[in-house]
Write a protein that binds this ligand. Structure first.
Ligand code: F6R
Length: 368
């Protein structure tokens, strides 16, 4: 059943190229993006003035990635809120709010309650789910399924990539309906998105280096993760994976926060993963991250740098450079998180832990 892998988690990580291809399949017809499942009236979608993403855990990290994309493409403010926080304040939600509920299982109690709360205020809800027929997509006004197949391991991997890809589809669809992007821009984005599964496979095929690192770092007691822009939620997700399955203290930070506190944690030998954006993107962003690597290295950190192919600017400050293929800046999270997933999975396996069933955790959190 594990297809020759040591764990379901390892198997699911290695299925991610086809998983994302399945999420994206059959979406373009006559040059237009088709989302037949979007059962919300297009006239309503044109009136939306705010999007609130509600989710927990890994699903919330997926939401945090797509916030950057949807705001950029659609010029609609996007808030990402942990469902259990959303419910217990008095959130501003109106008929013009679109709530996007992301949940692999479709059964997370806090996310379900957030959906009900939003609907009571008159908001429309789109569910981004994996499990067919589960409660959240049944109660939502529209449901977009990931089609990544069942996820067995408690730690979410392929569903995370599927959630991001599905939300990209939603964002591009909104941009199409609202006229924020020209049809040929949408077609171009879709073409680049369709090239992602092949690039995921390239990352998976070059996992030896991260596997070696995981073995070397088996006894680490603390690992930090830094990123900016879409690299920030990727850092959060890398830290979450390491905590939940390897029981290692891990923290993800926005790299710009370093000097506001976290840099005090860095001393000799502290492992720090840094997710570096493309040097071809917004130049200031790339150079800022490179200076952050320099800053932690100067304080003795061991820098494990995830950088685009051909990015040489990181070389002087990196103890290890893990490469990812070129893509659009907004799509990079579908690639850069993979070495972090593999790192946690291999490290936990090396420690002899039960990777698929980590202590204290359940696959679906149906209680509050
Ligand atoms: C982490 C993980 C959890 C879930 C969270 C939400 O690997 O699996 O953080 O992402 O419990 O679950 P769903 O997506 O089913 O609502």
């Amino acid at each position: 059943q594990k297809g020759g892998y040591a764990s379901f988690m390892a198997k699911e990580i290695h299925e991610q190229a086809s998983a994302v291809a399945d999420t994206l399949r059959g979406r373009i017809e006559d040059g237009k993006l088709q989302l037949d499942e979007m059962k919300i009236d297009e006239a309503v979608l044109r009136t939306i003035d705010k999007i609130v993403v509600v989710a927990c855990g890994t699903a919330a990290n997926a939401g945090a990635v797509v916030k950057y994309a949807i705001e950029h493409w659609c010029r609609i403010p996007v808030e990402v809120e942990l469902a259990h926080e959303f419910r217990y304040r008095d959130p501003v939600v109106t008929e013009k709010t679109l709530v996007v509920a992301i949940s692999q299982s479709g059964e997370t109690m806090d996310t379900l309650m957030a959906v009900r709360h939003a609907q009571e205020q008159g908001a429309k809800v789109v569910a981004i789910c994996n499990t067919r027929g589960s409660t959240i997509p049944r109660e939502a006004d529209a449901a977009l399924y990931l089609h990544v197949g069942p996820e067995i391991a408690v730690a979410s991997t392929k569903a995370y990539l599927g959630q991001i890809a599905a939300c990209f589809l939603l964002g591009l669809f909104l941009a199409q309906v609202r006229g924020n992007l020209y049809p040929d821009e949408i077609a171009q984005q879709m073409e680049d998105l369709s090239a992602i599964p092949e690039k995921i496979q390239e990352v998976l095929d070059s996992s030896d280096q991260v596997e070696r690192l995981a073995l070397e770092m088996k006894d680490a007691t603390s690992v930090l993760f830094l990123g900016r822009h879409v690299g920030y939620p990727t850092a959060m997700e890398g830290a979450l994976k390491l905590k939940e399955i390897a029981y290692i203290h891990a923290e993800g930070f926005a790299a710009g926060e370093l000097k506001h506190g976290p840099i005090a944690l860095v001393d000799e030998g502290q492992p720090v993963f840094v997710i570096v954006p493309s040097p071809g993107g917004r130049d200031s962003l790339h150079s800022k991250v490179v200076s952050n690597i320099q800053e932690v290295r100067a304080r003795g950190a061991r820098t494990l740098v995830i950088a685009e192919e051909g990015d040489e600017a990181v070389l002087p400050y990196a103890d290890e450079v893990i490469r990812y293929p070129r893509t659009r800046a907004l799509f990079a999270p579908l690639l850069t998180v993979i070495p972090l997933q593999i790192f946690s999975c291999e490290l936990a396996t090396a420690k002899g832990l039960d990777v698929d069933q980590p202590r204290n955790l359940a696959k679906s959190v149906t209680v509050e």
